[in-house]
Design a protein around this ligand. Structure first.
Ligand code: SF4
Ligand code: SF4
Ligand code: SF4
Length: 319
């Protein structure tokens, strides 16, 4: 567990607002990328759970949230988000399911689309997190620090695909402000950052029986993309300012997107991302101005609350 001073420092260091307005950083030589071939993926229809999903859960199980109960509502939300009663759900992204395979029914054809964090190069979730809880490794993994995240969900608001998922009853907000502005911790795929850092393929890619998920260095993946795309459609190369996840499909992504949208219960992604064409949200000046104004206020408020709060009985100040 981080010490109180470390947690406070985490809140005050953020947000990375100067960087938020800068142009995208050039990729490090270690930057990795991935190709997801929708014409190769068959959804592992013969298995109870797709091999990639099972492998992701197995690899990340220890990091799944273990909420303190009973869960409580908090201001300004009217309810909390809780997936802990259904950790086996595989029909959407959740804090317990970081990879979801969307089944897309088209006339005469079914397409399966594994969905997870796109690992954006200039990730707005990272740039606009008020608490500086999101970092990016030199391999290009966008990683949420669960010890610093307040669960305010600005990352989800900033993400064109609404990828990060919130679980209440865990995280620093319980110590700082259990009834105010927060509400848990955000969870998402982190590109298997630990595995990438030691030169191993992510767990999902290693488990796929059809080589539908390919990982490698950015340069190697650029070459591979030219080889495999061959007149097919590509998604993720330029969206949101460029991402490290490139989908390849013989069906246009606009068509896939319209089917996904029509099958959702609401307009929100609800853990089921679409394939919409996106303008990077960081480039939308009005939206950015609003977000950047709110961010420092939230960070300072959290720091003050942490300072004011007396240590709980038996909980020494680690300073
Ligand atoms: S990506 Fe591979 S492991 Fe995942 S559902 Fe498709 S075929 Fe199965
Ligand atoms: S896909 Fe969303 S959550 Fe993932 S890095 Fe991009 S903005 Fe962040
Ligand atoms: S890269 Fe790792 S965390 Fe992300 S979906 Fe694959 S197995 Fe899960």
């Amino acid at each position: 567990m981080p010490r109180r001073r470390d947690l406070l420092a985490g809140a005050l260091i953020a947000p990375n607002l100067a960087a938020a307005q800068a142009a995208g950083e050039p990729p490090a030589p270690e930057q990795h990328a991935s190709i997801i071939d929708l014409d190769r993926c068959d959804g592992c229809a013969d298995r109870a759970l797709p091999a990639c999903v099972a492998a992701c859960r197995e690899w990340n199980r220890e990091r799944f949230p273990k909420p303190e109960k009973p869960l409580r509502n908090y201001w300004p939300q009217k309810k909390f988000e809780d997936f802990s009663e259904h950790p086996d759900r595989a029909d959407r992204l959740t804090p317990y399911n970081w990879l979801y395979v969307e089944k897309i029914e088209l006339p005469g054809k079914t397409v399966y689309a594994p969905r997870r964090c796109m690992q954006c190069f200039d990730a707005p979730c990272r740039k606009l997190c008020p608490f500086g809880a999101i970092d990016r490794t030199k391999e290009g993994a966008v990683v949420i620090n669960p010890d610093v995240c307040f669960g305010g969900a600005k990352c989800r608001d900033a993400c064109p695909w609404e990828i990060p998922q919130r679980q209440a009853g865990v995280g620093i907000y319980l110590k700082a402000a259990p009834k105010f502005a927060g509400g848990g911790v955000m969870f998402k795929c982190d590109f298997c950052a630990e595995r990438l850092a030691r030169g191993e393929a992510p767990a999902c890619a290693a488990a796929c029986p059809r080589d539908a998920l390919i990982f490698g260095t950015l340069e190697a993946m650029k070459t591979k993309l030219e080889e495999v795309a061959r007149g097919r459609f590509v998604y993720g190369r330029t969206e949101n300012g460029g991402t490290a996840t490139w989908y390849v499909s013989s069906v246009p992504f606009a068509e896939l997107d319209s089917v996904i949208r029509a099958s959702r219960q609401t307009k929100a992604a609800n853990g089921r991302p679409g394939f919409q064409p996106e303008t990077p949200k960081l480039a939308q000046s009005a939206w950015l101005a609003k977000a950047t104004l709110a961010a420092p206020v939230a960070a300072v408020a959290a720091a003050v609350m942490l300072r004011k709060r007396k240590p709980a009985e038996g909980e020494g100040d680690a300073s």
